[in-house]
Design a protein around this ligand. Sequence first.
Ligand code: ZN
Length: 246
Amino acid sequence: MRYLVISDIHGNLEAFKAVLKASKKDRFDKVIFLGDVVGYGADPSKVCKLLKEISPICVMGNHDASVLNPKLLSWFNPYARFALEWTAEHLTENCKNYMREFPEKTKLDDMLIVHSNPYKPQSWEYILSRLDALFYFQKTSEKVILFGHTHIPVVYEYNPESENAASVSPVGREIQLDIENMRYMLNPGSVGQPRDNDPRAAYGILDTDKWTFTVKRVDYDIEKAAQKIIEAGLPQFLAHRLYTGE
Ligand code: ZN
C-alpha cells in the first residue's frame, strides 16, 4: 500500500489544496491524517469538509479536541487559544460531529497512528529530540509509529539490539526503512503551518510494500492564506509566521 501521510492542516485551505494537487502524481491508495484539522487558520470548515471527502484514517489532534471541549483550552498560549475560540464559533456542526469520531490513536497492521506521542496521546507531550523518541520507543512495541504535532518532518530509527535511536531528515529524499531489524517513528511535518524554517507545505509518502518514506514540500498561496487570517480578525502573528515557517 502507498499512503499519503498528512498532519497539522490547521485550517489552511490553500496549503491543503496544494498538497492534494501535488500528491496526485505520487499515486497513493489511502490517506492517513495525524490530527489538527483546525486552529490558527481561517478556513476550518472548508478544510474539514475537504478532509472528509478524501475519507482518511484519522486521529484526534489537540486543537481538534479543544474546539470540541473548551475545558482543554488552558493548555494553549494566548494566540492559539484566541484562534481556537474563534474556530469553535465558526466551525459547522457537521464538522464538529465528524471530528468527534476521531480516536486518540489507531492501529493499522503493525503501525500505530497518533497525533502527539504513542504512550499517553492526550498528554500532548511532544517528541522533539532523539532522546524523546528513545523514551517512547521503549514504552511501545509497534514496528512503525506515525506522529505529528511538532510540525517538523523527521524519521527516528530505533535499534532494539543497541537500544539506541538515531534521527534523519526525510525531506526531499526517500528513506529506506530496515523493517526487519529496526523500529521507526515517522513525522510528515505540517501541511498548514510548517515550523522547520521552510514555509512550504509538507506531506509524506509511505510505501508499506517497499518500506520507504519520503517527505515532499510544495509551494502554496501563502499571501492568500495570510490575508484571510488578518481579515478574519485572528492574531496577525498567525499570518506572519506562515511566511517564515517558524
Ligand atoms: Zn498542530
